[in-house]
Design a protein around this ligand. Structure first.
Ligand code: SF4
Ligand code: SF4
Length: 462
């Protein structure tokens, strides 16, 4: 058997000098239908997400500029950095473990790049220019009126779509209200926002009209990591070489004994959006889009052979000719994830609407008052982490303490903070030790929103 190896990616010509343009054929099999339905759901969520409000906040906001993040109506500010770090770590572990077990399913089924490319831009291209062979012919033909019309129409629609995506993308970063202002108010008032929309429109247009699969194959860091994330147990789109080889032509209902089930029709290669031949094994370019499964299943059905010559399998499953089973390894990973998710969820649940930091004021440690009491002076900063302005009061948790606020601040705007200075006052007769703990609570609308402890210093001779 001739030993061959690939010394180039599927998207460059054999001499390595030029881009090989991919014209994937579309086979509308079961997986394609599932992906289409899923993409409708995801596209609807993606486009409506910035306009859905929960707790008066955008459903999801990733405002890196103002360091404000909103998930399902819950606002996370820089004070919640520790939750953000743990949640990011949990997400990272989830992605790593999920990829280790289920391969690159995200890429083919849920990644916005694939959804936009395959379910929006590709469909428009096919609608205007025809299927893969017609597109190839059109691109090779000289410029005619028809070609000019088709190309102009396609690229105009691509630009409009890119503009829409740019607006939505920006709405997730600066908020839909800001984007609507950029659209409705004079450009001169929103020069930076306008330039951002133009830049993102150009970027998305280039991604979906020119770069295409190169984003998944060359640019995406997650794609580049596949080599280290996958192992022989990972469930990936794979060709059953034991069943399929030796490949070769065969007649319907007349299996040639010396041939495997692969009839070498090349359909799995023709439908691949990254231009690879999955029969060469798991490859970096494979985004698990399942187009080759649909293609091969359609061939198998015509030949009255069992489906799944290409399917979701692991290398070990193929070698042992066994079905994929959930093993100890997967349960182990699930347990690790469960611990991390529980820790993150606990932090989120325990997170308070107001975050209070109390520090003892500099200068004297304590003040002895004429009325038989001792006081300590404190500075506090209160951050309102909710999406509405809050009235608050600071109260002691112990019955024998009193609080005297010096500046009369009792309101915090949404996402804002206030600084207050206050005395904690205790009767001398109740003080037993030089240093004790006082517990304070922040109350708003009759509810305790935060509790905080600090030290209280008394005169040594008391
Ligand atoms: S090999 Fe199959 S699953 Fe992988 S990208 Fe190509 S068509 Fe999609
Ligand atoms: S589609 Fe199936 S039968 Fe045809 S070449 Fe690919 S693996 Fe072989």
């Amino acid at each position: 058997m001739e030993v061959t190896f690939r010394d180039r990616t599927s998207t460059v010509t054999e001499d390595g000098k030029n881009r090989r343009w991919i014209y994937p054929k579309i086979i509308k099999g079961a997986f394609y239908r599932y992906r289409t339905w899923l993409s409708y759901v995801l596209l609807t969520l993606l486009f409506t997400g910035p306009f859905i409000k929960l707790n008066e906040e955008q459903l999801i906001l990733l405002n890196i500029i103002e360091r404000k993040f909103v998930f399902f109506g819950v606002v996370f500010l820089p004070q919640d950095f520790y939750i953000f770090v743990l949640a990011s770590l949990t997400f990272l572990v989830f992605v790593l473990l999920f990829t280790l077990v289920f391969g690159r399913v995200w890429c083919g089924w849920a990644c916005p790049q694939t959804i936009f490319m395959e379910m929006l831009f590709r469909k428009i291209e096919i609608w205007i220019e025809g299927d893969a062979s017609k597109q190839k012919k059109l691109n090779a033909s000289p410029l005619t009126g028809e070609k000019l019309f088709k190309k102009s129409l396609k690229h105009s629609i691509f630009i409009v779509l890119s503009f829409l995506i740019a607006n939505i993308f920006l709405a997730y970063i600066i908020g839909s209200a800001e984007v609507l202002k950029i659209i409705n108010e004079p450009i001169t008032q929103h020069i930076a926002g306008f330039i951002s929309i133009v830049i993102f429109t150009i970027l998305f247009y280039l991604v979906f009209s020119k770069l295409r699969e190169l984003v998944c194959v060359v640019i995406c860091p997650y794609g580049r990591l596949q080599g280290v994330l996958l192992d022989s147990k990972s469930l990936v789109v794979a060709y059953d070489y034991i069943r399929g080889e030796p490949r070769g032509k065969r007649k319907r209902n007349n299996p040639t004994p010396d041939k495997g089930d692969c009839v070498d029709c090349d359909l799995c290669v023709q439908v691949c959006p990254t231009g690879i031949d999955i029969r060469n094994g798991t490859q970096l370019e494979c985004i698990n889009c399942t187009a080759c499964i649909d293609a091969c299943n359609s061939v198998m059905r015509k030949l009255n052979l069992a489906e799944d010559l290409i399917g979701f399998k692991s290398e070990e499953n193929i070698k042992a000719q066994q079905e994929f089973r959930f093993g100890k390894r997967i349960y182990g990973y699930a347990a690790i994830l469960l611990v991390m998710v529980t820790a993150t969820a606990t932090l989120i649940i325990r997170r308070t609407d107001i975050e209070t930091t109390v520090l003892r004021a500099g200068g004297t440690l304590y003040q002895e008052r004429d009325n038989g009491t001792v006081s300590n002076l404190y500075n506090a900063e209160l951050v309102n982490k909710t999406s509405k302005a809050l009235q608050f009061s600071l109260e002691p948790n112990q019955a024998n303490c009193q609080i005297q606020i010096i500046n009369k601040e009792n309101k915090i705007g949404k996402g804002e903070s206030v600084k207050i200075t206050f005395f904690v006052i205790k009767p001398k007769k109740d003080i037993k030790e030089y240093k004790s703990t006082v517990s304070l609570k922040v109350i708003s609308d009759g509810k305790v929103l935060d509790k905080v402890e600090t030290t209280f210093i008394a005169p040594p001779n008391i």
